[in-house]
Design a protein around this ligand. Structure first.
Ligand code: ADP
Length: 235
């Protein structure tokens, strides 16, 4: 689903933001990415959402080779992924319903099918009763749940979340992470960058740490670790 082979990204300077990244993430996997500020996490997300291209190496996502993708193909590729940001990025003058409907309208879907799908997804994230509210009248957690609804409305194969709980308190952060785990259980590959080490240690999901543009470790929990509660304090 996501494959990086020998990927380097160098910005003018030169800044070597990514160095020899090799990475494979399967369909439906839930993966955390951690690492200090400046390590290269955002750069990696930009590579895999086709917002920027690698300097060398190969990035393959949803069957597209992003080094060879044409400008015409990019919008079609983007429909296969969903993105969630720390600062929600909702349109302030649109209701939650209208925000969530946006990707379907852009895609050219028609009225009644849009309404049904939007209400279904708002129900799924627990916001069916707030669909007519403007974002400023709901809580931060509800805004983020709306942003997740918008990111999954078109049933993407990959969901990228860049610090999705960075602006939320611990309880709301847990709710958002539960929601992202449910999205992954439905078959979407979910890739989450976070600084919240306690949450990462508790959830026992595959964790990739980026340091200085390189993969410092890539840890998958065995079933025994997940059930038995082995020591994971090093993560
Ligand atoms: P993180 O998301 O882990 O904080 P980034 O991917 O944003 O890290 O940055 C990795 C490195 O690349 C940093 O040294 C940063 O300053 C540099 N960098 C990121 N974007 C650019 C850019 N557009 N031009 C030059 N350097 C950049």
């Amino acid at each position: 689903m996501i494959e990086f082979s020998h990927v380097y990204k160098t910005y003018p300077g030169p800044v070597h933001a990514l160095k020899n990244i090799d990475l494979k993430i399967d369909k439906g996997e839930f993966v955390f990415m951690t690492g200090p500020s400046g390590a290269g996490k955002t750069t990696l997300f930009k590579m895999l959402s086709a917002f920027d291209q690698a300097t060398s190496g190969r990035v393959k996502v949803c069957g597209y080779d992003l080094g060879k993708i044409s400008m015409n193909e990019v919008p079609y590729f983007r429909r296969r992924i969903g993105v969630v940001f720390q600062d929600f990025r909702l349109l302030k003058d649109k209701t939650l319903f209208e925000n969530v409907a946006l990707p379907l309208i852009v895609r050219g879907d028609r009225g009644s099918s849009i309404a049904k799908r939007v209400y279904d997804v708002l129900e799924q994230v627990g916001l069916g009763h707030k669909s007519d509210q403007l974002p400023e009248y709901v809580s931060g957690g509800e805004q983020q749940r709306t942003a997740i609804a918008r990111a999954i409305i078109h049933q993407p194969e990959v969901l990228i979340a860049d610090e999705p709980t960075g602006n939320l308190d611990p309880k709301l952060s847990e709710d958002i992470m539960d929601l992202l785990e449910r999205v992954s259980a439905q078959g979407t590959t979910v890739f989450v960058a976070t600084h919240d080490h306690d949450m990462v240690a508790r959830r026992r999901k595959r964790t990739i740490e980026i340091k200085d543009g390189m993969i410092a470790f890539d840890h998958r929990f065995s079933n025994r670790e997940i059930i038995g509660g082995n020591d994971v304090s090093s993560i």
